[in-house]
Design a protein around this ligand. Structure first.
Ligand SMILES: O=C(O)c1ccccc1N[C@@H]1O[C@H](COP(=O)(O)O)[C@@H](O)[C@H]1O
Length: 211
């Protein structure tokens, strides 16, 4: 049974669906190129109304300090997700500056990519193991692409971790079985269209992940 994060929430009704389905984390995207991007005002309204059992995760891609400060000044967040090319040193800086737990995304497409999980595991509070985006992709994540989950079988992680990348209500149970992931994260796999969550798919995903 894996805990679930639903990423890219943009509407109050989707946040309600996340809570009612039993997901533990809701992700808010602060990356203008994403179809799930939120303004600070909209994110503040959503995060303020989030049910108490749902941890609010702010997703950033290579944010500078001013961006982090501007969001955190208005938006109550519980966890920072870094989904760009932030170095381990930058992860440590963000953690110190914000005082929040940091989850670092690591992109995987081949066995050698796994080495980074160790380096980031030394500084991050949580790891997010995602499919590596293709070089020409507009987004570094949220593309609905998966990787060979067998690469993770039996692997020891230094920190609690989530599996992400191309997960859907149909494949998530198999992904958890193959990888042993204690947590899973999904964005496009529970959408009717890019940026538009489908409450029925959210319910189906959480049910399947919790097996
Ligand atoms: O969801 C986005 O728009 C996004 C933008 C930039 C970086 C990451 C993004 N999402 C994260 O990507 C993974 C996988 O998403 P998907 O399920 O394959 O669509 C997930 O961790 C999201 O948090």
């Amino acid at each position: 049974m894996a805990q679930v994060k639903i990423c890219g929430i943009t509407r109050p009704e989707d946040l309600s669906a996340v809570a009612e389905a039993g997901a533990r984390y809701a992700g808010f995207v602060f990356f203008p190129k994403s179809p799930r991007n939120l303004s600070v005002e909209d994110a503040a309204a959503l995060a303020t109304e989030a049910p108490s059992g749902v941890a609010r995760v702010g997703l950033f891609v290579n944010p500078d300090d001013a961006t982090l400060d501007a969001v955190l000044d208005r938006v109550p967040l519980d966890i920072i997700q870094l989904h760009g090319s932030e170095t381990p040193a930058r992860v440590a800086e963000v953690k110190a500056r914000t005082g929040l737990p940091v989850m670092k995304a690591v992109g995987i497409s081949m066995p050698s990519d796994l080495d980074a999980l160790w380096d980031y595991g030394l500084v991050a509070d949580l790891l997010l193991v995602d499919a590596k985006a293709p070089p020409d992709a507009a987004l570094p994540g949220g593309n609905g692409l998966s990787f060979d989950w067998r690469l993770l079988a039996g692997r020891r992680m230094l920190k609690p971790w989530m599996l992400a990348g191309g997960l859907t209500p149909v494949n998530v149970a198999e992904a958890v079985r193959l990888t042993g992931a204690p947590m899973v994260d999904v964005s496009s796999g529970v959408e009717a269209a890019p940026g538009q969550k489908d409450p029925a798919l959210i319910r189906g995903f959480v049910t399947a992940a919790q097996g």
